[in-house]
Ligand binder design. Structure first.
Ligand SMILES: Cc1cc2nc3c(=O)[nH]c(=O)nc-3n(C[C@H](O)[C@H](O)[C@H](O)COP(=O)(O)OP(=O)(O)OC[C@H]3O[C@@H](n4cnc5c(N)ncnc54)[C@H](O)[C@@H]3O)c2cc1C
Length: 283
């Protein structure tokens, strides 16, 4: 059954790029950069993966033509990782050819733990060829992340740090909020020490305030890293951070395949369910 888009409206900028573009423009006007994400994941046929590559390329070109302050976030499973690794790599490299030619940046989102190693391996290969045009994400809830972040920091990779949004087993993942926050702080310190421009993705005031305090104690300037938030969440916090001269980027998802992304947002925070109900009953 096709669910009505009104459910997702709070978290998704539109079903088409034309609807997302004005929202990115509005963010840019407020001094906030964006990362546009064409929603979808786990493509299992080459026809769809090929079509996705074309859509990603069009997205990069559209961003350039419209002069938007935005990079893109992609899912490697949309490029065919479940079909064949070398096929997914070819698709990724074809996309990065365009990003490099246009002076743009592509971030490979991190998916569930069954893809962590493959994503990191592909990122390393891509980073070696397209340095400055590709990066990935590390999830603080995974116990392996401290090793991964050290490894990727040594290479000078561009990393977004988040808590992690997938359901993972306790043998591989921290499961309490206290442990996850502690891990986030430990990984953030490594990124701040070893990398040029870390990206801190969180809506959590405890972590946001910790980053602000820690960087100030270490004499790290607010323009040497970035806060990232999701579209539809914490708009006022984003604006306040910009006022305080921090760099802010908002992740702007769009597209018709919004259901998995939408359900992760609902699972993450009960208040998000109220936002959806309110949107349904608002005139
Ligand atoms: C830009 C961006 C990119 C991401 N990319 C990925 C990715 O590639 N892979 C992945 O697995 N996950 C990704 N995530 C999701 C991430 O892993 C978390 O699941 C998600 O951000 C929730 O964790 P949190 O730290 O934001 O806050 P939570 O852990 O959900 O909340 C902690 C506390 O923060 C406060 N808080 C949270 N949200 C709000 C709100 N809207 N308003 C007021 N207070 C709030 C509350 O006090 C809450 O108790 C991304 C997140 C962002 C922001």
């Amino acid at each position: 059954m096709k669910l009505p888009f009104i459910l997702a409206k709070r978290f998704v900028a539109g079903e088409a790029l034309t609807e997302a573009v004005p929202k990115v423009r509005e963010l840019n006007r407020m001094g906030i950069a964006a990362s546009l994400d064409l929603l979808g994941e786990n493509v299992t046929d080459r026809f769809t993966a090929d079509a996705t590559l074309i859509e990603y390329v069009n997205l990069l070109n559209e961003i350039r033509q419209q002069g938007l302050e935005s990079n893109i976030s992609i899912k490697i499973t949309m490029m065919g990782l479940d079909i064949d690794r070398s096929y997914a790599k070819d698709n990724l490299f074809r996309l990065l050819d365009v990003a490099r030619a246009n002076q743009q940046f592509v971030r490979i989102d991190m998916e569930g733990s069954s893809y962590t190693q493959a994503t990191i391996d592909l990122l390393k290969e891509a980073h070696a060829v397209y340095t400055g045009h590709v990066g990935t994400v590390i999830q603080a809830y995974l116990k392996r992340s401290v090793t991964d972040i050290r490894d990727l920091s040594e290479l000078g990779a561009d990393i977004r740090l988040c808590k992690g949004a997938y359901k993972e087993k306790p043998d591989i993942a921290h499961t309490t909020m206290g442990e996850i926050r502690q891990s986030y702080q430990r990984l953030a310190k490594i990124l701040l020490e070893k990398t040029r421009f870390p990206r801190f993705a969180t809506h959590d005031d405890q972590l946001i305030n910790w980053v602000k305090t820690y960087t100030s104690q270490q004499n790290i300037r607010p323009d040497r890293f970035e806060f990232q938030m999701l579209y539809g969440l914490r708009q006022k916090t984003c604006e306040a951070l910009v006022q305080d001269r921090y760099k802010v980027r908002v992740y702007v998802p769009y597209g018709t395949m919004w259901f998995p992304y939408f359900s992760r947002r609902l699972r993450e925070r009960k208040e998000n369910v109220f936002f959806v109900l309110a949107a349904m009953f608002r005139k």
